[in-house]
Design a binder for this molecule. Structure first.
Ligand SMILES: *[C@@H]1O[C@H](CO)[C@@H](O)[C@H](O)[C@H]1NC(C)=O
Length: 320
């Protein structure tokens, strides 16, 4: 037994290391080739049916425009119908084949069932489900006055991704469609004042990784996007407060970050749609400048360090 043990102690690390040495470059090479091929075989979105939740602002809005430019048919979901109409009109101008705006709350299962069924009823299929809707938290855990605040965040930022997926899954199997998930680096890089939000994002991240294994090639695939810092209403003052209410102050936007947000959200949306049509499993998005209007340096100066900005915005909100 001792002899076997000694033999294994010596043998296993050597074999393991050699295997790694061979496999690592081989796998890296394979990944590079796959990525290159995926740029050649991009999915054409012309006439495809794309459903986007949280589409009235931020990343969701910009993602809608990117799909519109590719000639997709868009179904836009948000609680705010007036803003959604404006986005829908812009989508048509940008080249969308058709657009429908549906007022719904992703935290309500019945709403999710309805908008998925409405989509398939009207267009006969569903090709991309973009689970984007989410709401930020704006308080320390110990500041919470009511545990209902946790459920509000969780219902939107976790169940709000799961419910639409539940009702869409059969249609996605039929069309070999794709699920696109806007998670966040918060999935693995926690920020203060966002404890429940971070947890919801981590849960969503693991949920969709599991779903990818369960469904395998029976659907087109799942793209999980983890934006690092994308200016959106979340960082413009929209969040769940410690009483569990969604608070909002749009005039904060210009005060906080000037015109930069749209550039970031747009840049992020481009990466999301690129990742989706190329069939990437993961698309990480980090802070970078918009080459047209903002150089990386300028952006950094304008918006400051990610953590600072988040802390700043949330502090402002918490102490108002
Ligand atoms: C969260 O969702 C559940 C299930 O729909 C519901 O019973 C509960 O009231 C919701 N909580 C909040 C605070 O929205």
């Amino acid at each position: 037994m001792d002899l076997l043990q000694s033999f294994l102690n010596l043998f296993v690390p050597v074999v393991g290391f050699s295997t790694l040495l061979i496999l690592w470059p081989a796998l890296t090479f394979r990944n590079i080739v796959m990525r290159m091929l995926s740029t050649v075989f991009e999915e054409s979105m012309r006439g495809k049916i794309v459903l986007i939740t949280g589409a009235s602002s931020g990343i969701g809005e910009q993602t809608a425009y990117q799909y519109a430019k590719k000639g997709a048919v868009l179904v836009l979901i948000s609680r705010r119908e007036d803003k959604l109409r404006t986005v829908a009109d812009k989508c048509i101008k940008q080249g969308a084949m058709d657009v429908r705006a549906i007022r719904a709350d992703v935290s309500k299962e019945e709403d999710c069932r309805r908008f998925v069924e409405d989509t398939v009823h009207q267009y006969g299929r569903l090709d991309h489900l973009v689970n984007n809707a989410g709401v930020l938290q704006g308080f320390l855990f110990e500041e919470a006055q009511d545990t209902r605040a946790f459920a509000t965040i969780w219902n939107i930022s976790f169940w709000g991704l799961v419910y639409p997926t539940f009702y869409a899954i059969d249609h996605l199997k039929r069309s070999k469609g794709r699920i696109v998930v806007i998670a966040s680096v918060a999935s693995w890089l926690p920020q203060p004042r966002m404890s429940v939000y971070n947890a919801a994002k981590a849960a969503a991240f693991n949920f969709f990784d599991t779903l990818r294994i369960e469904l395998g090639p029976r659907i087109g695939g799942i793209t999980v996007v983890t934006p690092a810092f994308v200016e959106s209403e979340m960082l413009m003052g929209k969040h769940v407060n410690k009483k569990g209410e969604v608070e909002w102050r749009e005039e904060q936007r210009d005060l906080q970050v000037g015109p930069a947000p749209v550039a970031y959200a747009e840049e992020c949306a481009k990466a999301i749609v690129r990742g989706a049509v190329r069939g990437y499993r993961r698309e990480g998005i980090v802070v970078s400048g918009n080459d047209k209007e903002y150089s990386a340096e300028a952006s950094k100066e304008e918006v400051g360090d990610t953590k600072q900005v988040i802390d700043h915005v949330l502090n402002e909100r918490v102490h108002l």
